[in-house]
Design a protein around this ligand. Structure first.
Ligand SMILES: C[S@@+](CC[C@H](N)C(=O)[O-])C[C@H]1O[C@@H](n2cnc3c(N)ncnc32)[C@H](O)[C@@H]1O
Length: 305
């Protein structure tokens, strides 16, 4: 099945950057009907929101291509130096999270990558398969929703839950709110601008924190705090990455082993996880060759049955 709004957008991207054409076509050639339904629903909703906000499709194409370019140039430097170029989270806040132009184009770019980057789509798909296993979630928290697409899916699935979202970036949070309002038809969620490290210790049945750990200066204290905020039967869904430089990434995980070790140290049991390298190399070479790996996991208390 072909999706018209989505494919029009893809053609615009490919016209502007012919180097992406082959990779995108190869990825699309392997997608199933579920993918095309999701991609078309995303494109249709996004077009409606752009119209409402007076933004053009070209702005979204520019945003996506700018993010790809930034990621690529950061990767080239990281392969050589082995360190992330962003010094700390304060620098990331000043240069990125608090900048209207940078953050807006960044978040729309990441939203598009959910449907064009194989690893980003695989994590999104893993998230949807994961939440489909749960039905009795009453209190749900999302940390760093950014573009808000994971939150939208959770709200569509856990219809009766009470939802909260927090993000350090006022720009990001505004975009999350607009996307959630428009894509869910006005379902209710409480949005708060805050550093996750200053979060109140309320308790939740389900917490999602996707692509946030690598933006912190320290990870273990937050992981321990999140562990203490889960109800006895509660679950945390996280995504993060190893060897994945970006303009605002500060915490360098050098391997999947490193990520898993921290999760276990913070008191979590890993119920399911996926590791997705972006290069076709065997796992024993990932750390040494600084291969970028996306990681997603469903966690619970280590003492839970
Ligand atoms: C790359 S985006 C991730 C968006 C989305 N969750 C995803 O998986 O694609 C990272 C988000 O985390 C937010 N963030 C970064 N550091 C944070 C912190 N200390 N507290 C709360 N939010 C933070 C950023 O503002 C941004 O919205």
């Amino acid at each position: 099945m072909e999706s018209s709004n989505f494919m029009q957008f893809v053609e615009k991207v490919q016209k502007r950057d012919p180097f992406q054409k082959k990779a995108i076509n190869t990825f699309l050639a392997h997608q199933d009907e579920k993918y095309w339904l999701r991609a078309e629903s995303f494109a249709k909703n996004l077009l409606g929101l752009l119209k409402k906000n007076g933004l053009s499709q070209e702005y979204i194409v520019d945003s996506y291509l700018k993010m790809c370019k930034n990621m690529l140039s950061q990767q080239v430097v990281f392969k050589r130096t082995g360190v992330y170029s962003c010094a700390d989270s304060q620098t990331a806040f000043a240069n990125v999270y608090n900048s209207e132009t940078e953050m807006s184009s960044y978040m729309y770019g990441v939203a598009v990558s959910q449907f064009l980057w194989p690893n980003h789509y695989a994590m999104f798909d893993f998230f949807m398969d994961t939440i489909a296993r749960f039905s009795n979630v009453k209190k749900y928290l999302e940390i760093g929703p950014g573009h808000g697409l994971f939150l939208v899916e959770a709200m569509r699935h856990f219809r009766a839950a009470q939802f909260s979202a927090i993000d350090i970036s006022p720009v990001s949070l505004r975009i999350s709110k607009e996307i959630v309002d428009h894509f869910t038809g006005g379902q209710s969620c409480s949005f708060q601008i805050s550093d996750v490290q200053n979060l109140d210790s309320a308790s939740y049945d389900f917490i999602s924190m996707c692509e946030v750990l690598e933006h912190l200066d320290q990870t273990i204290p937050l992981l321990k705090k999140l562990h203490s905020m889960l109800t006895a039967e509660g679950h945390l869904f996280i995504t993060t990455c190893a060897n994945c430089p970006a303009i605002d990434h500060t915490y360098l995980y050098r391997s999947v082993h490193h990520i898993r070790q921290e999760l276990q140290e913070a008191g979590f049991k890993i119920l399911a996880d996926i590791s997705l390298p972006i290069e076709n190399k065997p796992e024993n070479m990932w750390e040494e060759e600084r291969v970028e790996v996306n990681y997603a996991a469903l966690l619970t208390h280590s003492e839970a049955k």
